[in-house]
Ligand binder design. Sequence first.
Ligand SMILES: [Zn+2]
Length: 341
Amino acid sequence: MSEKIEALKAEISAAKAKTQDELEAYRLKFISRKSVLGDLFADIKNIAPEERKAYGQSVNEVKQLAEEKFKELIAGLESSDSGGKSSAPVDLTLPPNINLGTVHPLTYIHNRIVEIFQKIGFNVADGPEIEDDFHNFTALNFPENHPAREMQDTFFIESNPDIALRTHTSSVQIRVMENQKPPFRTLAPGRVFRNEAISARAHCFFHQVEGFFVDKNVGLVDLKQTLYYFAKELFGQDTKVRFRPSYFPFTEPSAEMDISCNICKGEGCNVCKYSGWVEILGSGMIDPNVLENCGIDSEEYTGFAFGMGIERIAMLKFQVNDLRLYSENDVRFLNQFKHLS
Ligand SMILES: [Zn+2]
């Protein structure tokens, strides 16, 4: 009998488990209820009474050995599963290695713009990205077949050309003016779509912020002062501003606004094409036709509107020279904005 026990001990000590199957085979043979040890315990009734105590002790030794070996085999298998790394104890006092991610640069600029205008009483409005012709063009003074419609290459729906992906967030201005009563001091940020070939300088979608202010006695001086305040808040108090006459169907008069180049401080660099100025937004006094289209008396109310591209502002602020980077989800790009969060 003791020979059988010694043989079992030797077998247990030499056991190896390189796979889960081998581990299971070991468990069945030495650990489970139907293991060889069960047979040994059952044999106890065949042992002479005076030898039973010693026998029981040696069977228990085998059982203990089998269990210890089993733990050892499990540990060995786990460490080889994790690429053979040593099972060194984990130091729980070390700081956790968690990559928290960052605010997207466009989200950051969007939030900054909203914050700046909220300080002077603007609220934020939202509207649909799928628009009808009236809200995207007609109400904004783009007459049928007017060349102005060709200024913006539009994604129309083939089966229903009255439906399009909005080309600007000015459509939100119409929706707000239709449904609410003046005065308005509203900001409409959102995604817009143009049928453009994708390149470093153009994309088929980008983000705009449109803003408008309608009340009694709103004049050009309010427009200039509001945008001047905005440019200084966003680009720094030493920022200079200039307006250049321009044309938009929905404003009259219209103007593009430039700021002094924030990179070279007006000295001239390749971003400002050595002019010292960079264009950041379009603006103007809302055309009376647009107010009338929304049921607002243009004799009583006047207003101004402005619109800017969030990507464009972010490009100037962070000196990003390729528009495509914003939507590629490349963490090497996004990680550079960690300081913003
Ligand atoms: Zn410059």
